[in-house]
Design a binder for this molecule. Structure first.
Ligand code: V47
Length: 363
């Protein structure tokens, strides 16, 4: 495609030489309806970074509790431990559940849950410790920045001290949830009682300075506007310039069911592909962009691999955050589903561990 007389001409010239895009460039891209052009530019960048590789892993999700006292407007989790449909698993029960879904090729447990109003600090620490004891070779990607900050308060420790305790118990890296939309205009409406954007970024920095990798996310497709995406992505890029520990960005497609925004439709195909492409183009310092099939939907996630995404997450057995909010993508893909899915768009599946070491390449 020739961009000579296209509104993206200057941006395309920057992309061709790997020059950083500005906030204004981001706003122009985000406002455009020229999806093919966005896709082409983003695919050019992802190909330069990763060739034809698409990463996936073999993982299991573990949600120790869906009780959370914060009660974010965007979330379908319950704030009352006695409410119908809630669960709160002890450390031993977490091990039992992990064992139920276990197979020797699992390399990661992805562990997130609510901020339980009655659990003590030690419950969270013991969940890690007992899982690590039972599955010493499995990487524990656990606790978002929101949970880390909460645990520090619960344990009456500083954040760095908290990370030390959690690492000693088995923590290997952190997932990227809880970032939502950083811009205060939106944050105040979708997560009014949650930690601020500034604190989320600050805690990420402390995690990175401690030598741990983490991921980052953006929840899109509710009441925000495209300019809020750009603001969010630029804030992530600035944090990454400082501490460098984000390994993957995951745009999370909003699922409205059972939330305070149940009247909204959620993001459409265009918004999903646009956010994937925009994030690949703006986040020049974050290596991976994930098309999280559980939230995107399987078919759109597949298409997203041609719009800038180079990662699919994994087999994801027993995910419950999206499921609670009406997610219909299904509860797990097999490795052969994932490989076919990637090959279906002419790309190459690459099995990885959580920190992107290649385990086996299937050609
Ligand atoms: O923190 C909550 C979001 C996150 C809804 O790091 C919702 O590799 C959509 O962070 N509709 C959890 N999203 C998921 C997450 C994640 C997923 C996959 C991979 C990784 C990673 C991280 O989901 C929450 C919140 O931001 N969320 N409610 C909802 N109704």
């Amino acid at each position: 495609m020739n961009f000579d007389n296209h509104p993206f001409a200057e941006i395309a010239a920057k992309v061709a030489v790997g020059e950083r895009l500005s906030t204004e460039d981001g706003l122009l891209l985000a406002a455009s309806d020229d999806l093919p052009a966005l896709g082409l530019l983003a695919h050019q960048v992802r190909t330069r970074m990763h060739g034809d590789a698409v990463y996936y892993n073999i993982n299991r999700h573990l949600n120790p509790t869906n009780v959370c006292y914060v009660g974010c407007e965007l979330c379908a989790y319950a704030d009352d431990p006695n409410a119908e449909g809630t669960w709160s698993y002890s450390p031993a029960e977490c091990v039992e559940i992990a064992r139920r879904d276990w197979s020797p090729d699992v390399t990661e447990f992805h562990i997130v849950g609510g901020l339980h109003p009655r659990w003590k600090f030690d419950v969270y620490v013991e969940i890690l410790r007992e899982l690590k004891q039972a599955f010493p070779t499995v990487h524990l990607k656990a606790f978002t920045m929101v949970e880390i900050d909460f645990l520090a308060k619960l344990g009456k420790l500083s954040v760095p001290e908290t990370i030390t305790v959690l690492r000693e118990a088995g923590l290997d890296s952190c997932p990227g949830g809880g970032a939502e939309i950083f811009h205060p205009e939106i944050h105040h409406q979708i997560a009014s009682k949650k930690m601020s954007a500034e604190r989320w970024l600050e805690v990420s920095g402390m995690v990175h300075e401690h030598g741990l990798k983490s991921n980052c996310t953006m929840l899109f497709g509710h009441i925000e506007e495209p300019r809020h995406w750009v603001d969010h992505l630029i804030r992530l890029r600035e944090q990454q310039d400082k501490t460098g520990g984000f390994q993957c960005f995951i745009p999370l497609a909003f699922h409205p069911e059972n939330t305070k925004f149940a009247h909204l439709p959620g993001p459409d195909l265009i918004a999903k592909l646009k956010v994937i492409a925009l994030s690949r183009l703006l986040l020049d310092n974050i290596p991976h962009v994930k098309a999280y099939w559980v939230m995107m939907g399987r078919e759109i996630a597949q298409l997203a691999l041609r719009f800038g995404a180079n990662d699919l997450d994994g087999t994801v057995i027993d995910e419950r955050v999206t499921f609670a909010a009406g997610g219909a993508a299904g509860k797990g893909m097999t490795v052969s589903d994932i490989q076919d899915f990637i090959r279906g768009v002419g790309l190459r599946p690459v099995l990885r561990d959580t920190v992107y070491n290649e385990i086996e390449t299937v050609s």
